[in-house]
Design a protein around this ligand. Structure first.
Ligand SMILES: [Zn+2]
Length: 290
């Protein structure tokens, strides 16, 4: 285990560690409607080598942000997990990764976690909510309250969404049955250091997370409202996974404008290292610096 693998950020007196479950290269076609590898050509100068590989594949990191505030340890998103099945991504069936060891080397014991928040209820954000014990899915974090957004949960049930059913059954329902859920809404605030920001479109109940001090925002965790830095420049690209594509574009476009040239660190939930970026204006174009 190489602890150097753990990337760390200091946000005032909040400590954030990035713990990676998996890092993969995706074809742009698989992620965006009507975009092939050449769509990245106008952006290769600033996206390579960190975010786009030599074959113009998109590097997407699936990681947890371990947030230690003055009073609490909070996990934001819990990645893919081990031994999961039928979640629509064959490469994630029956995984056996070393995420829990990584978490420990980041200085986070399972018992230490006070809260788990999932930005939304897709496989790659809920996986480590649970782990397999004697053939049953049990909560991975025994002392944690899992903050589930009621709107997100209800929307999956309203929609019927059969394709996401295995995710709910493996990663969400066992937490409800264990009595470890704290139901929250879009306005939920833990305290003056951590609060939710509704960013609907990817899913109906999708929320990002703001970090700061005295309610002054210093960092922003995106969730899948933006999954790759190219969307800072091209917020109107349609992401296949967005459940409401118009709303997702509107939310993303507003986000890029709102956070441009501000002293708020953007922590990308799927951004490869360096992961934390600032949105900047470059001659009328939106870009990042890090
Ligand atoms: Zn995701």
């Amino acid at each position: 285990m190489n602890p150097d693998h753990i990337q760390r950020f200091a946000i005032g007196d909040i400590q954030v560690a990035k713990v990676i479950d998996t890092l993969e290269s995706f074809s742009p076609k698989a992620v965006y409607l009507g975009k092939d590898r050449d769509a990245f050509d106008p952006h290769l100068d600033w996206l390579q080598p960190h975010f786009v590989d030599a074959d113009k594949g998109m590097l997407l990191s699936i990681h947890t942000f371990v947030v230690k505030t003055r009073h609490h340890t909070v996990l934001i998103d819990t990645c893919v997990g081990n031994h999961k099945r039928d979640a629509g991504f064959p490469q994630w069936n029956d995984r056996n990764g070393n995420y829990l060891a990584q978490l420990e080397s980041a200085g986070c014991a399972l018992e230490d976690v006070d809260y788990v928040f999932c930005t939304h209820m897709h496989i790659d954000h809920t996986g480590w909510n649970t782990r397999l014990r004697d053939g049953r899915w049990v909560p991975t974090f025994p002392n944690a309250k899992y903050l589930f957004n009621r709107r997100e949960w209800e929307s999956w049930n309203e929609a019927g969404a059969a394709d996401n059913r295995p995710v709910l059954e493996q990663n969400i329902v066992p937490i409800i049955e264990a009595g470890q859920v704290e139901w929250v809404d879009n306005e939920w605030q833990m305290d003056d250091q951590l609060w939710l920001v509704p960013t609907p479109g990817h899913t109906p109940g999708h929320c990002s997370v703001a970090l700061g001090s005295g309610h002054a925002e210093k960092a922003f965790i995106t969730g899948d409202m933006v999954i790759h830095p190219v969307q800072i420049a091209e917020p109107h690209w349609h992401q296949r996974g967005d459940s409401d594509k118009q709303l997702a574009v509107a939310t993303r476009s507003r986000f890029v404008e709102d956070y441009c040239d501000r002293d708020v660190l953007i922590l990308g939930t799927h951004f490869n290292t360096p992961t934390g970026v600032y949105i900047v204006d470059q001659g009328g174009r939106r870009r990042i610096r890090f």
